[in-house]
Design a protein around this ligand. Structure first.
Ligand SMILES: Nc1ncnc2c1ncn2[C@@H]1O[C@H](COP(=O)(O)OP(=O)(O)O)[C@@H](O)[C@H]1O
Ligand SMILES: [Mg+2]
Length: 331
């Protein structure tokens, strides 16, 4: 390949890439030069890449992939990819593994968190049921109390498992375009009705503009999204009688803008970006007490992503929270 051809080929790659010709850096793309120095072209590869482990593979032209650190930013993990172009030249690329490692860490954390969330109620159940089985003297009143604790904890486990199953069902259809004709007026009305039934003392206002069209969506998921947002508004924003929860839908260009608002305590800034993470809660005890699983907003986020929409949580401490979901009006 002519030099100019190699140059455009290397520049088209996002990752640092270079062609090594019998131990000399023949060409390097801009990202490789940013990493190893502007003047590496024409240099001996040992001077260009001062990394013993990388050189161990490049010098003998050992084609393959090696995981290395110690190049560029401290601790950044790379895959060093070495490929033979012909019997003289090698294509050497560095592929950043930070994102893959972060995703893997998230998966590991998720399994650890889920196990922990399930183990806590299970330990309580075991403890109480052992007392009931072993101690013949437990009086009626205590028996009833222990029984109700066991039931409560078992229900909590069931809610967590149902939410986990919901999450994985939504993830499973992530790339399947939702295909129901969904009337936003209908789904909001039905979600508001559910919420009113669950807590009649909360006042919930529903405002849907008359021209809001039906959209292509997944009806069950959209109801689940609204149920989750409304249950949060009720759970965190409706402690005393003086609460005002609102659900609204308006058309905004090619989008439907759905909002759920409350005038509760709000979400402090430092938590705002994290509340959609699985099992992230500001006050875990309070969430648990009121039947939360810590998965509600993660479910909401996944549903919004499946609908190619956007999710925006705005909140002022002491004033309230506004969750804005935009759904595309697709034909
Ligand atoms: N409307 C709201 N007002 C105040 N805090 C909220 C609101 N919605 C969510 N949060 C906070 O975000 C956390 C995560 O919400 P979510 O994922 O629905 O889990 P859960 O409600 O089961 O705890 C909640 O524990 C709560 O701390
Ligand atoms: Mg919730």
């Amino acid at each position: 390949m002519a030099s100019a051809g190699i140059r455009s080929f290397l520049d088209a790659l996002d990752e640092p890439a270079m062609v090594i010709d019998r131990g000399i850096v023949r060409q390097a793309n801009a990202t490789a030069r940013a990493l190893f120095g502007e003047a590496i072209e024409g240099k001996d590869v040992r001077l260009a890449i001062r990394h013993p482990q990388a050189l161990e593979h490049i010098l003998p032209a050992a084609a393959g992939d090696v995981e290395i650190t110690g190049i560029g930013q401290f601790g950044r993990p790379w895959t060093l990819s070495i490929r033979e172009i012909d019997d003289r030249m090698l294509l050497v690329r560095l592929i950043d593994r930070s994102a893959t490692i972060a995703a893997e860490r998230m998966r590991v954390d998720f399994v650890a968190n889920a196990s922990h969330e399930l183990r806590t109620p299970l330990s309580t159940i075991l403890g109480y049921s052992e007392t009931l089985a072993d101690d013949a003297e437990v009086d009626r009143e205590h028996r009833a109390k222990f029984g109700s604790v066991i039931r409560g904890e078992a229900k909590r486990m069931l809610r967590i498992i149902e939410d986990l199953m919901s999450l994985s069902r939504i993830e499973a259809v992530r790339f399947v375009t939702p295909a129901d004709q969904v009337s936003i007026a209908q789904v909001t009305a039905s979600a508001v009705e559910n919420a009113r039934e669950s807590k009649p003392q909360c006042s919930i206002r529903l405002d849907v503009e008359p021209d809001v069209p039906a959209i292509l969506g997944d009806r069950a998921q959209l109801i689940q999204l609204l149920d989750n947002l409304l249950s949060n508004a009720i759970r965190y924003g409706c402690e005393d009688g003086d609460c005002a929860i609102g659900v609204a839908a308006v058309v905004e260009g090619n989008w439907i803008r759905l909002t759920v608002t409350d005038n509760g305590p709000g979400i402090p800034r430092e938590h705002l970006l994290r509340v959609t993470e699985r099992f992230y809660r500001i006050d875990a005890a309070r969430s648990r007490e009121s039947g939360g699983t810590g998965l509600g907003l993660a479910i909401v986020k996944h549903i919004v992503e499946r609908h190619r929409g956007t999710l925006d949580i705005k909140s002022k401490v002491g004033e309230g929270t506004e969750v804005v979901v935009r759904l595309p009006i697709m034909s």
